[in-house]
Design a protein around this ligand. Structure first.
Ligand SMILES: C[S@@+](CC[C@H](N)C(=O)[O-])C[C@H]1O[C@@H](n2cnc3c(N)ncnc32)[C@H](O)[C@@H]1O
Length: 335
């Protein structure tokens, strides 16, 4: 086998392509081109580019597969037209806007994070923590909650299909954000009643989304703070992208609360970018865990075996891991 430096260089410089895509999202290039495909001179004018670099910027987006150029006219690909046009409900750029404006800079502090074990986001300069920063601005909160829908939709649909819902009548999604998980489950399983549980600030965004989907009769919001209150009673309790935000005692506390809220035979479903037990394959899950180092005081991602151990400690049995899509898997436990 030939040994080449290609992968080393590609990964070492992948921040070039990352920042090019993030800049295009921040500038709303895909939203502009969804309205009207355009040639270089029109794009230069639109974005106030002085000239040098402009052609390279748009052609790089072509070469990376995020734009097409036909007879000198730039347009979106089917992927960017669907997911990066702000005018569409399927827009998932919110999470990338956040990556561009916040995370990109914070990741420059990876070495101090590793040395100190301390978060490197707004907390570092005396600002509030992650959720505090988010909740202090209603627009930012709305963008974040919607962005979670974009990021989680594929896994949510997989859970709605793969879990044995016929055996249960109700579910509660803890840390529901806009409510896409409980919505996808309710859409695919008309016999189910669902609750979305989150901090009260999430209620209007949740209720608007659920009403748009025509699910208001079966899916409702419950104000909650899982540090202070018990979880809602339901046959199945779900937590998507929740456990990785918190330290080990909080992870265990959340699983204990889920256990208390379930009836005998009820199930807990936890999902995240679950790391493979050997911690050598799911690079996205491991990078996500480093992201939790940067963003939170105690959060980290975990393997299926870790999660099964915590579930068993809380009293769950028949624990198992099932792959969803991409880097995401769910861990299921039965009371
Ligand atoms: C990373 S998001 C995950 C959203 C959604 N489950 C998903 O996977 O797309 C974390 C969610 O936990 C909620 N959350 C944070 N602290 C909470 C608390 N103390 N009680 C209830 N929900 C909380 C946030 O408001 C947010 O909606």
């Amino acid at each position: 086998m030939d040994i080449t430096p290609d992968r080393i260089l590609e990964t070492g410089c992948s921040f070039w392509s990352s920042k090019t895509l993030l800049a295009a999202v921040e500038l709303e290039v895909f939203t502009v081109l969804a309205r009207q495909p355009a040639a270089l001179d029109a794009l230069q004018k639109q974005f106030g580019f002085q000239g040098r670099g402009a052609c390279d910027f748009f052609d790089t987006l072509v070469a990376l597969g995020f734009l097409q150029r036909i007879d000198g006219v730039y347009q979106n690909t089917p992927e960017t037209a669907l997911f990066l046009d702000k005018a569409k409900p399927s827009y998932m750029g919110g999470i990338l806007e956040m990556a561009s404006k916040r995370l990109y800079g914070f990741w420059d502090h990876l070495i101090p994070a590793l040395r100190s074990g301390e978060p490197q986001n707004e907390c570092r300069t005396g600002g509030e923590d992650f959720f505090g920063t988010l909740y202090s601005d209603p627009d930012r909160l709305r963008v974040f909650l919607r962005a979670m829908t974009g990021v989680s939709r594929g896994a949510n649909q997989a859970i709605a299909q793969k879990f044995p819902w016929a055996d249960y009548k109700s579910c509660a999604d803890v840390g529901t954000a806009q409510g896409d998980l409980v919505a996808q489950i309710a859409l695919a399983n008309p016999h189910l009643q669902g609750i979305g549980y989150d901090l009260p600030v999430a209620r209007p965004v949740f209720e608007e989304y659920i009403a748009e989907l025509g699910l208001a009769g079966r899916v409702s919001f419950q104000d909650g703070d899982f540090f202070k209150l018990e979880m809602p009673n339901a046959d199945v309790i779900l937590m998507g992208h929740i456990l990785h935000d918190w330290d080990l005692p909080t992870k265990k506390m959340l699983l204990e609360k889920a256990y208390r809220a379930l009836p005998p035979g009820g199930a807990v479903v936890v999902y995240d970018s679950i790391i493979d037990d050997d911690r050598s394959q799911n690079a996205f899950g491991l990078l996500m865990s480093l992201n939790m180092l940067i963003e939170t005081p105690g959060g980290f991602d975990y393997t299926g075996a870790d999660c099964i151990g915590w579930m068993q400690e809380a009293g769950f049995r028949e624990c198992r891991v099932e792959h969803l899509i991409g880097p995401d898997s769910m861990v299921i436990g039965v009371k």
